[in-house]
Design a protein. Structure first.
Length: 279
């Protein structure tokens, strides 16, 4: 027994002492497969992209910033409730609507390369020919940058927790159960401005509720001096960030259809119109 114990101990300590390059790696754990993110408003946006109002339009859109003015964050959990790149969600929605866009959310790389080209130290791996002259650097061409016609900016201005809540709960002889419903509301104020005249073309406020439902049951029993607590149930909660994405998709649809004078034929694909028809 002593000999076997020593042998097992030596084998275990030997395995623990193996250098990292000789240890077999743990197999990675793979969860759900990645998917493209869709919102219930995407069908309407794709319908806009195929419409003549969008296809014939030469209007160039730009998104500047959608800031977080709610000033609400969680100290103990995840930090700010509103995602940092909210403007990126609006850019994606406008892209699904098929409109022309220029990037005004992040121009750091563009500004860097323009500055290096001005210093004549930025190249493309081959000479550039300008008016018959070969240049070993990237030239700055007048009018090369595309301007915008309409710029969109705004802020998430509303985040109200527990907009409504309710439910029922009952227990008898240690057996109980219940259900609970709750919601929070997020809202944003979005502006569209003509970049040439600075005229305010449109300004709208949008809001979205994120809802949740919880159903649960529990059993409490004492056996001798021991307490047994068994809980079962389910919980479904709409994500706040996905709710913001949906809200901005609806905003993008409204902005494009209004500014490009769309005939409204795609409105039927918006979720609210399904509800109206069903009613």
């Amino acid at each position: 027994k002593y000999t076997v114990g020593v042998l097992v101990s030596a084998l275990v300590s030997g395995c623990e002492g193996l250098p990292p390059q000789l240890v077999q790696p743990e197999a990675p754990y793979n969860g759900a497969i990645p998917v493209t993110i869709d919102t219930p408003a995407d069908q309407a946006l794709e319908c806009l992209a195929g419409s003549s109002a969008v296809k014939r339009s030469r209007t160039v859109f730009a998104v500047h910033s959608i800031s977080d003015l709610t000033q609400k964050f969680s100290v103990d959990e995840d930090g700010p409730y509103v995602p940092r790149d909210t403007a990126g969600m609006l850019v994606t929605a406008l892209s699904k609507a098929g409109v022309k866009q220029v990037n005004r959310v992040n121009t750091v790389v563009t500004e860097f390369e323009i500055a290096r080209a001005r210093e004549q130290i930025l190249g493309d791996g081959q000479d550039a020919v300008v008016e018959g002259e070969r240049l070993p650097y990237r030239p700055l061409e007048r009018g090369a940058l595309l301007g915008s016609d309409l710029v969109i900016d705004g802020a998430v201005t509303q985040l109200d927790f527990n907009t409504y809540s309710g439910g029922t709960e009952a227990s008898l002889f240690g057996i109980g159960g219940g259900n609970r419903k709750f919601a929070l509301t997020v809202g944003a104020d979005i502006r569209v401005t003509d970049t040439r005249s600075t005229e305010l073309v449109m300004a709208e406020a949008y809001s979205k509720q994120a809802v949740g439902v919880e159903v649960y049951g529990s059993i409490f029993r004492f056996f001798d001096s021991e307490l047994f607590d068994v809980k079962i149930g389910s919980k479904s909660q709409e994500g706040l960030h996905s709710g913001i994405r949906w809200m901005l998709a609806e905003a993008a649809y409204n902005i494009v259809s209004t500014t490009l004078n769309h005939d409204g034929s795609c409105d039927r694909l918006l979720p609210k119109n399904y509800v109206e028809v069903a009613g």
